[in-house]
Design a protein around this ligand. Structure first.
Ligand code: BMA
Length: 322
């Protein structure tokens, strides 16, 4: 039987399809010694509970990724030292920094993707079986790139990854692309999946968009939560939407939310090291029970949790598509 995912019923009077966990944030900025902030992080079911890879910036503001474990998906024991990589399918690759991890179970192991500092940001890849030993593989792409998110199964016989070509700074543009690989080493067949929205149609996602959580299969296709950004006179604001991609050809967007699903509007999302950021990186879903728990970084400072009914999210996305 599937381990119960974190859950709270929709609060009375709430008319939204996504609602926040009442005890947010679930991980404080100082959850481990020497942490400045813990945010944009990824979790998966593991053994009799859950495991995760956490983005932690230390007090020197060095960005790195840390393993963590939990029984209930809400209370986490995060290692006090960053993940130490061993050689995977290539010689060790330099890594000036690591941030924004995603975790995807494919076939027999957990794959970690993250933004890897190699002459600028690009997508790093590693695998683990146990969240203790990690094996670093080839970077997926040339710099500059961010938000690499693997699909949880091969598509037409190949590994598939969403990503967002970017620049070496705070990137004032960005669309989501898909790439394929026969072996997790060589990536190609790059295709555009989603572009920013026209300002007049859906301004919250008019500056840049980036893949967020690992897509999961529903009857309507792959459901994925992504972030969309608007550039305001106070800087970028990151909100969350949902997209449904075709099952066999995931470069085809079937539906995509025109309104956001969640936008920074409570204190831990609006106030932090970077104000006004909601950055989804993972979900836990229970398809049979029609439940999804969404993990997101808030204000580049803490990790928070939100919930929704999968069927309601799909219905909303179809009825409110861009
Ligand atoms: C992006 C990344 C994310 C961060 C976001 C908002 O470029 O650096 O890690 O959450 O900006 O600051």
């Amino acid at each position: 039987m599937q381990k119960a995912i974190p859950w709270q019923d929709k609060p009375k009077g709430c008319s939204d399809v996504i609602w926040r966990y009442s005890e947010n944030p679930i991980i404080a900025r100082d959850a481990i010694p020497m942490s400045n902030s813990i945010f944009n992080s990824a979790v998966v079911p593991f053994k009799n509970g859950f495991a995760g890879v956490f983005r932690c910036d230390n007090k020197a503001v060095q960005m790195n990724i840390y393993a963590g474990f939990s029984i209930d998906g809400i209370h986490w024991d995060i290692d006090h030292y960053p993940i130490k990589m061993q050689e995977g399918n290539t010689k060790m690759i330099a890594s000036d920094y690591k941030y924004d991890p995603r975790v995807t179970f494919i076939e027999d192991r957990y794959w970690i993707t993250w933004c890897n500092g190699y002459f600028g940001p690009t997508i790093g890849i590693a695998y683990t079986f146990d969240f203790k030993e990690f094996f670093q593989c080839e970077n997926a792409f040339l710099p500059f790139n961010r938000n690499g998110v693997l699909f949880p199964e091969k598509i037409n016989g190949k590994y598939a990854m969403l990503s967002r070509p970017s620049d070496n700074g705070h990137t004032p543009f960005g669309d989501i692309f898909i790439s394929y690989s026969p072996d997790m080493k060589y990536w190609g067949e790059h295709r555009n999946v989603m572009q920013v929205a026209p300002f007049e149609d859906s301004a919250w996602q008019c500056t840049k968009i980036g893949a967020g959580s690992v897509p999961f299969l529903t009857e309507d296709g792959w459901l994925m939560f992504y972030h969309g950004v608007i550039n305001t006179c106070n800087g970028f604001r990151y909100a969350m939407g949902a997209a449904i991609l075709d099952k066999n050809n995931p470069d085809e967007v079937k539906y995509r939310t025109k309104p956001y699903l969640l936008t920074p509007s409570v204190d831990y999302e609006q106030i932090g090291d970077v104000s006004n950021v909601i950055f989804p990186c993972a979900t836990l879903q229970d398809i049979a029970q029609d439940k999804v728990a969404i993990y997101y970084g808030a204000a580049d400072t803490v990790v928070a949790l939100a919930f929704g009914r999968i069927s309601e999210i799909i219905k909303f996305t179809k009825e409110n598509t861009l």
